[in-house]
Design a binder for this molecule. Structure first.
Ligand code: 13P
Length: 230
């Protein structure tokens, strides 16, 4: 199985997200049964997006971009894994933007992954080399079953720059992730992925897919990426 995951970050309100789905559907991308397509959305979009996917019969799965590291209780404003369990099957954790802007540590990321798994949601754990070892150590320390996680190598310098790293270098780090986690979970690459480079990553032996930021916002570009991997 190969994977393409979109990350809309803090973009698209409900209306815009539904228009995006109409536009993508009209483009009729060639969805292969061998390709899993996941869109990680703002919390506010998820319920109506799920309804529309079902109405249009699109083989797209919704995901979340974040979750609380706390259990249900007195934590005003937090969205817990138990709440998300009714809405999504996947959730990003540990994105470098959250580490930088919200001081998220490897321990917080591990707690999020644990609560997600307890609620049958697959954590998609984002990693970069400076904290790769520490993050994996924290996952094991918090008894996270890493065989049920997905991993993404996202070098910070390649995010949003239009300059991806080359696929051989990405494959090398992906092999390290596979070695450190000692399992065969999917490992993806993220950072300036577009339709003209997506296939080069997926062809590498330790890489199973791509995580797309900017080019997931534009239906024509996202459809081109799906076509290039199908
Ligand atoms: P870009 O595709 O815009 O580089 O973003 C990558 C990313 O951060 C996905 O999570």
């Amino acid at each position: 199985m190969k994977y393409v995951i979109g990350n809309w970050k803090s973009n698209q309100n409900i209306t815009e997200s539904l228009i995006w789905l109409d536009e993508l559907s009209a483009l009729r991308p060639s969805f292969s049964p061998e390709l899993t397509v996941i869109l990680c959305l703002p919390f506010t979009d998820i319920a109506s997006f799920n309804q529309k996917i079902s109405d249009l019969g699109l083989p797209i799965i919704s995901g979340s971009q974040n979750v609380s590291h706390l259990p249900p209780g007195k934590h005003t404003g937090e969205i817990t894994a138990s709440m998300l369990g009714e809405l999504v099957n996947y959730c990003l954790v540990g994105h470098s933007e959250r580490r930088i802007e919200f001081d998220e540590t490897s321990e917080i990321v591990a707690l999020k992954a644990r609560y997600l798994l307890e609620n049958a949601i697959t954590p998609i754990v984002c990693l970069d080399t400076p904290y790769l070892d520490d993050q994996v150590k924290q996952l094991f320390h918090h008894d996270v079953d890493v065989s049920r996680c997905y991993f993404v190598y996202e070098p910070i310098l390649a995010i949003g720059t239009g300059k991806p790293i080359n696929s051989t270098a990405a494959n090398h780090v992906a092999s390290q992730i596979t070695f450190l986690t000692d399992n065969s979970s999917p490992v993806l690459y993220g950072g300036s992925v577009s339709y003209d480079n997506a296939a080069s990553f997926v062809q590498e032996s330790y890489l199973d897919g791509v995580l797309v930021g900017t080019d997931s916002l534009e239906p024509t570009l996202f459809a081109s990426i799906i076509n290039s991997l199908s």
